[in-house]
Design a protein around this ligand. Sequence first.
Ligand SMILES: Cc1ncc(COP(=O)(O)O)c(C=O)c1O
Length: 383
Amino acid sequence: MSWKQRINKYLSTQRLTDKWRNRCIIDKSSTRLLRKGKKFYIDFSSNDYLGLNHHPVIIESWNTGMSLAGVGAGSSSHMTGFSSFHADLEMQLAEWLGYPRALLFISGFDANQAAISLLGKKNDYIIADKLIHASLIDAVINSPAKLYRFNHNKIESLIFYLNRYCNGEKLILTEGVFSMDGDKAPLKNIYNQVQKSNGWLLVDDAHGIGIIGDEGRGSCWSAGIKPELLIISFSKAFGISGGALLCEDDIADYFLQFSKHLIYSTFMPPAQAFALQTSLNLVKGAEYLRYRLNENIKYFQLGIKSTSWKLIESNTAIQPLIIGNNDDAKVLAIKLAHAGCWVNVIKPPTVLVGTTRIRITLSAIHKFEDIDILLEALYDANR
Ligand SMILES: Cc1ncc(COP(=O)(O)O)c(C=O)c1O
C-alpha cells in the first residue's frame, strides 16, 4: 500500500466511524466570552478555571519579559536557553509545592511523555488508571514496560495489579482530577498502597493545580501526599501553557542528564517563564477566585436538579453530561450554541465508547446569569 493509499484508508475509516475531528477559528476577546464569526458565545469549554487568561498583570509581565529577554529561548536549556527567569520559576514552584526540585517543560504533555520514556524499562510494570490522559498512555504504549490498567479509582483493582509478581520496578499512574470526568482520585489510599508495594507514584495534577487545596497547591498537597513524581500543567488554572515535574534532586538530575525532551528541544521562552511567575503569584493569592469557582459549581449543580439531566459525580470545574451517542451529543451542542453557550462534545476514543459527553467547564469569571442561560438552554433542549 502506498503512502497515499494508507493515508486515505485512515481518513476514510475516521470519517466512517464518526471520529473526524474539526478545528474552527475562535477569537477569544475575553475569558468569559468567545467569538466565532460574528456571534459571541459564553464559553463553557475552556480550562481557564480561574479566568487568568486575559489578566492584565500577566500580559504586562509577558511584555516586560519579552523586552528584557526577547521572544524565544533560542536553544535548549542545556545550551543557552536557560535563563534566570526559568531558574527562578523552578525554585518558586519547588518551594510552593514542597519538593526539592522542579523542572520546566514546554507542555504538560511533554512532561508526561518525558517521564514515561525515561522511567519505563524492560521488566517494569506501569499500572495506570483506566481513564488516565492520552499523554501518559501514549508514552506507555511506546515504552518497553508492561502496561496494566486498573479500574477507574478502584483500590481493589489497583491492589490486584500491585500484587502481581514483577521482576522490575512498578510505576503507578493516576490524575488528581480526571480531565474528562472531573472526579478526584482517592490519592491518600492509592499512595499508601503504592508505598506498601515499593512502587513509585506519578500524579498528573493538570486539572487540580491552582484550584484545589491551600493556596491552590493542588490535589496531592490537599491529600497530604508527596508522590515521587508530580506533573503539573500551566495550561489550565495558570491561564498560560507549559508544564513542570516536581521531584527529588536525583530524579531531576536523571532527567537533566537523559531526557531527550529537554536536551533536544528549544526551551520555553524566558518571557513566558517570567509571566508564569506572575501567574503563580496570582494563583497563590486567588482565594476569592477559587471561592467564586466553587460558588459557580454549586450554583450549576443546584440548577441542573430542576432539569431532567443527570451529571456524573464531580465537584470540580469539569461537569460532564453523559449523552451516550455522538449524534445526540452533537444535536445538544448545536442547541446550546443557538442559545449562546459554547460547549465541547467529547467523543470516543477520547472517552469510552457509549459515553460521548458534553464537557461543561466552569470558571471563576462566569456570572450566575451566564449559568442561568446555560441551564435554561439545557432545560429547553430536553422538553
Ligand atoms: C490530565 C492532563 N494531563 C496532561 C495534559 C496536557 O497538558 P498541556 O496542555 O500542558 O500539554 C492535559 C491536557 O489537557 C490533561 O488534561
